[in-house]
Design a protein around this ligand. Structure first.
Ligand code: GTB
Length: 231
């Protein structure tokens, strides 16, 4: 059955892998499943046809036959469950890999998104300079914990898994802040993931899709993209 995902017609980062369709593309490349992309404009994301697929009017979505999914966690989990390559066969190792997916999304990502909001949307507020160190320290707290757990291992738990894919997807948003550079083992972990052929192909294809639309001004409102700021 054909797999179709949605992605931005034009992305604020110009297709550098920061928009969330990257994680889905990467997962599909890791398991070797071909897919089609339906590019959507900002306006189309808020129209009834897209809202029927994604109640919050966002990308990415995933369609396969009768199945329609939204939320990158659910989509990557679905891909990992149905195809070999992203979850171990051993039941306990599999459960631990899934745990890392949840940890990425519900424990590590929130302070990183908050940093994005603070930088992009609140940077001009009178209290921003006072608040910023608190927000950055919340990110550092999680990075320190993650760094200690990773130690000198290549991956979070044994072989590369969907847990690593999700964790590094979350960490990518820290690039502009430089915070990840304070943790050499996490920087090296990120680089290991970025060097994976599946990741490189996913981002190259994303860039190709966006370039096909030209460098037009998207006219996007930063308030719509609070979470893009950390990238
Ligand atoms: N929890 C959802 C998931 O994981 O699937 C979040 C989905 C989401 O935030 N989608 C964003 C979106 O559609 C695109 S990825 N936003 C439009 C809206 O909410 O109206 C966020 C994003 C976009 C662009 C960049 N960038 O270019 O740097 C980075 C991140």
């Amino acid at each position: 059955m054909t797999i179709t995902i949605t992605a931005f017609e034009r992305s604020p980062d110009g297709g550098k892998g920061l928009a969330r369709d990257t994680r889905v593309r990467w997962a599909l490349e890791e398991v070797g499943k071909p897919y089609q992309v339906r590019l959507v404009s900002f306006r189309a994301m808020k129209e009834p046809a897209h809202l029927a697929l994604h109640p919050f009017g966002q990308i990415p979505t995933y369609e396969e036959g009768d199945l329609g999914l939204f939320e990158t966690g659910a989509i990557v989990f679905h891909i990992a469950e149905r195809h070999a390559g992203l979850l171990p066969d051993d039941a306990n190792a599999r459960a631990r890999a899934i745990t890392w997916m949840f940890a990425a999304l519900s424990t590590v990502e929130p302070p990183i998104l908050e940093l994005g909001t603070a930088r992009l949307l609140e940077g001009d507020k009178s209290w921003s300079a006072q608040r910023m160190p608190l927000v950055e320290d919340r990110v550092r707290n999680r990075l320190g914990q993650l760094s200690r757990r990773l130690g000198d291992a290549d991956w979070l738990d044994g072989a590369f898994s969907a847990g690593d894919l999700m964790m590094v997807s979350v960490l990518l948003r820290l690039k502009a802040s430089g915070l990840l550079d304070e943790y050499p083992n996490l920087s090296a972990y990120r680089e290991r993931c970025l060097a994976r052929p599946a990741f490189r192909k996913a981002v190259a294809d994303q860039r190709r899709d966006i370039d096909a639309h030209g460098p037009e001004d998207m006219g996007w409102d930063p308030a719509m993209f609070a979470e893009s700021a950390a990238g």
